[in-house]
Write a protein that binds this ligand. Sequence first.
Ligand code: NAD
Length: 487
Amino acid sequence: MQTFQYYIDGEFLDGEARFQSIDPATGDVWAEMPEAREADVDRAVNAAEKALYEGPWAKLTATQRGKLLYKLADLVAANAQKLAELETRDTGKIIRETSAQIAYVADYYRYYAGIADKIEGSYLPIDKPDMDVWLRREPIGVVAMVVPWNSQLFLSAVKIGPALAAGCTMVVKASEDGPAPLLEFARLVHEAGFPAGVVNIITGFGPSCGATLGRHPKVAHIAFTGGPETARHIVRNSAENLASTSLELGGKSPFIVFADADLESAANAQVAGIFAATGQSCVAGSRLIVEASVKEKFLSILKRKAEAVRIGSPLDMATEVGPLATKRQQDHVAALVEKSIERGARLVTGGQRPEGAGYYFPPTILDCDFVSSPSLTEEFFGPVLSVVSFETEAEALRLANDTRYGLASGVFTQNLTRAHRLMKGIRAGVVWVNTYRAVSPIAPFGGFGLSGHGREGGLAAALDYTRTKTIWLRTSDDPIPDPFVMR
Ligand code: NAD
């Protein structure tokens, strides 16, 4: 049995309590994790605050911060395979994807390393004589980062990278489901030479550890990724410390296919969009909206591809769909499929959890034309695609926007002017045209509505981890005139 430690104030600690982590491919316990409770959270936040104002971190130049980030990026790249294996073991996400994704995570740290010394203040052309006024950009403060189980190294990199570039200190709470890769990543933070307390990495349960962290009086900002219901707790708790929040939440993303699209290519993108990561992806293109005249043809291509998917051990490089991360998730997906079929959805393929060990669920397609299926509105976070058809472009747009979420979307068409109309009309933070599930450190990412607010990636994300301070300097040596007149 492997054991992990958490990382507070530059030290690796066992924690007073521990909990067991389950390998989703077998259902067996494989590791023991340290559980952070109230006192640990308090210790981590205090360490982060001390590092922010008193430690050597506060005295580093922005260029020196960037150099530390470059070191961290190199260490992530050098250890990508080891981290990938841990993430695969602890969450069931296939090794094919974790190894590619974590190698790319290094590029996120590199991008923000370069940004560290490009965060500038400004000089204001103030409307008063003998006065110089500047805006300084300073780190926003101690940041609490709370992430879900899927892609933890990626979802934390898009927070840790810009926050470090901006000079913040932080407490990162790994998900209680599969924290191993983030706890191991802490060793790279240590090796890179970040001063004690700058990055603290803990894990523990949401309602205890997560909630204590989110409402801690010394936390200035909470960067959260997870479900909308948890986000509501986060926002309610932030009423206590009045911390600002950025929320990256779920989705029910539309994937629109017009009859003029390259159907084979669109089908590959749809498979990537809904079956990759066993559907446990916030941007899952889970609602296929297909032009009626090609619906049957497109569904038959998709069915063939879905049934050819290689399901197996996530540690096998040949596997394309591994298990879901938890039994809870497997039960949720199975129950929602069952409920949708009861409400009239037609099962095209999949739908039944297989016999045997592990939390597997096969690629599943539900034809939901003309029925009011819950699969069209509720997030599965699993490999289940719901299909509806349309006759006109206006109807396609109406169906695409018929959701309270607004994270991602896909449009497949060869018609350029139509593509432009849809790009403007779709209410989602990301529109992919003739592609799907592409991300980059350079491109901002985030949602509308129930999918949250705030953007991760890009330069602006680093600015979001700063606060401005206005400096007024009077340049006249004359005595201050009439003190009862505001100037
Ligand atoms: P979740 O909301 O249950 O948990 C996320 C994190 O919040 C975990 O670390 C958990 O411990 C913590 N948490 C739970 N209750 C808390 C509380 N009361 N206070 C503070 N923290 C608390 O999410 P999940 O089930 O682990 O992940 C799936 C969800 O994440 C899906 O809805 C998915 O769409 C979303 N997601 C969004 C993105 C994005 O970038 N938009 C990316 C990945 C996943």
